[in-house]
Design a protein around this ligand. Sequence first.
Ligand SMILES: *[C@@H]1O[C@H](CO)[C@@H](O)[C@H](O)[C@H]1NC(C)=O
Ligand SMILES: *[C@@H]1O[C@H](CO)[C@@H](O)[C@H](O)[C@H]1NC(C)=O
Ligand SMILES: *[C@@H]1O[C@H](CO)[C@@H](O)[C@H](O)[C@H]1NC(C)=O
Ligand SMILES: *[C@@H]1O[C@H](CO)[C@@H](O)[C@H](O)[C@H]1NC(C)=O
Ligand SMILES: [Zn+2]
Length: 480
Amino acid sequence: MAREDGPTFILSLFFFLSVLSSVCDCHPHSLDRAVSNHTKRKVPDIATEVAGYVDVAKKIIDLAVFGAAQNRSYTRLADFTDTIGNRVSGSQNLDLAIKYMYTAMTQDGLDVHLEPVKIPHWVRGKESAEMIAPRAKSLALLGLGSSVGTPPEGIEAEVLVVKSFEELKQRAKEAIGRIVVFNQPFVSYGETVAYRAFGATEAAKVGAVATLIRSITPFSINSPHTGWQDYQDGVKRIPTACITVEDAELMWRMAQRGQRIVVRLTMGAKTLPDADSFNTVAEIKGWQHPDQVVILSGHLDSWDVGQGAMDDGGGAMISWEALSLIKDLGLRPRRTLRTVLWTAEEQGGVGAQQYYNLHKVNLSNIDMVMESDSGTFTPVALQFAGSDAAKKVMEEVVKLLAPINTTKLEAHGEGTDISPWMQAGVPGASLHVEDSRYFWFHHSEGDTMTVQDPQDMNLCSALWAVVAYVVADLQDMLPR
Ligand SMILES: *[C@@H]1O[C@H](CO)[C@@H](O)[C@H](O)[C@H]1NC(C)=O
Ligand SMILES: *[C@@H]1O[C@H](CO)[C@@H](O)[C@H](O)[C@H]1NC(C)=O
Ligand SMILES: *[C@@H]1O[C@H](CO)[C@@H](O)[C@H](O)[C@H]1NC(C)=O
Ligand SMILES: *[C@@H]1O[C@H](CO)[C@@H](O)[C@H](O)[C@H]1NC(C)=O
Ligand SMILES: [Zn+2]
């Protein structure tokens, strides 16, 4: 059932007709002026238009938070991740995950299809690291995505511990033939992740044979965190893994005392030929402008540790749940709502980049792109990036979230998988949650259902559904 057209629509239709009748037979130039005057006059109206959605927003929130859909996104996520487990790019589990979601969303009554994508296929193999001197100790580690392996007998070498790329440069001569251990402090994920991404390349440039990098996390109970890393063309590819904060600090203290540290590293990692995969797409077609689209998204792949519940099972589930809530209420917006569950995000947004390349011919019809990939904990704000005019609209839209206390609109709607659209000028939105714990569990064995909370997911689902529905149903697309 379509939402009824409110008085705002009729008023502005009347205005539009009167503008047309006053300018017909006129010089095209005056038509332009009249139209731009019309556009200008509509801006104060947007508050009224959006306020017309107070009741429908409340219905969505009630259903998600207090009603029949309470805890549904959590229950779905638990069933999905408990059944499939983690699902790294190229794995059989990722195939099973895509089949699972295709079936589940089809059974939910959505219009679902798959779009093929070739994705990287890196496998970890067996891996271990042992400190041999000054004393024997096994080191917990996780090899980094795209790393090469060691020879089967491993690499045994003396260690050079540094705290920064700067220190590595200053001590370049000492790095030759060594395993470089980076014990960089955690500043923020965005800043500190450079050590995971480029540590191997920087160390190889000064002659190191392997790198062990302190996990990119503010908190640790001896848990290593994996992630993607980038080799540079023309630089020797050396094996690279993350170790725990505890072991990085241990070796740092030993080195400060002048102790000689020797480590043996064995990694069976290798890269296989690209694998076949799919982006999973589910839709509710718009009744008035089916070609115009609001995209909601999360990624279905994860790392090969934990359950990938938080990264990004939660984002994928609320992007499905939003459509379920709207459908359950018998709503159908003017424009199409499209949920895309990306494949191979962790390898650098591979599925999302291909989706953009294939669909950019319809760039002008993409109204807004949304991505949830920073956890589905208690929501605190909607993050948004777009023109000032679009921000004005979104400032009104978030007011509809008063019943769940998330009426804040913040800057920075960016996300890996929506960035190609945003760089091309499409407004983008992300979910800002109380994320202080996100990087405690991120890319580690700790990313399981145990860190998820049903009530938090209800709130995230409600926010996601209200924002997507209202933007897709407004008379006009968001101004670019
Ligand atoms: C624009 O709208 C204002 C307010 O209704 C009106 O006074 C003005 O004449 C209009 N200008 C043009 C160029 O149509
Ligand atoms: C949803 O989860 C909360 C918290 O675990 C629980 O108190 C509540 O009873 C659950 N509701 C339903 C309908 O299962
Ligand atoms: C572009 O949009 C049109 C109209 O909705 C649709 O028929 C076509 O399949 C779209 N093309 C791509 C590549 O998405
Ligand atoms: C919103 O805040 C009010 C006042 O602090 C509180 O009573 C209410 O429970 C909150 N609602 C939700 C859904 O958290
Ligand atoms: Zn993610």
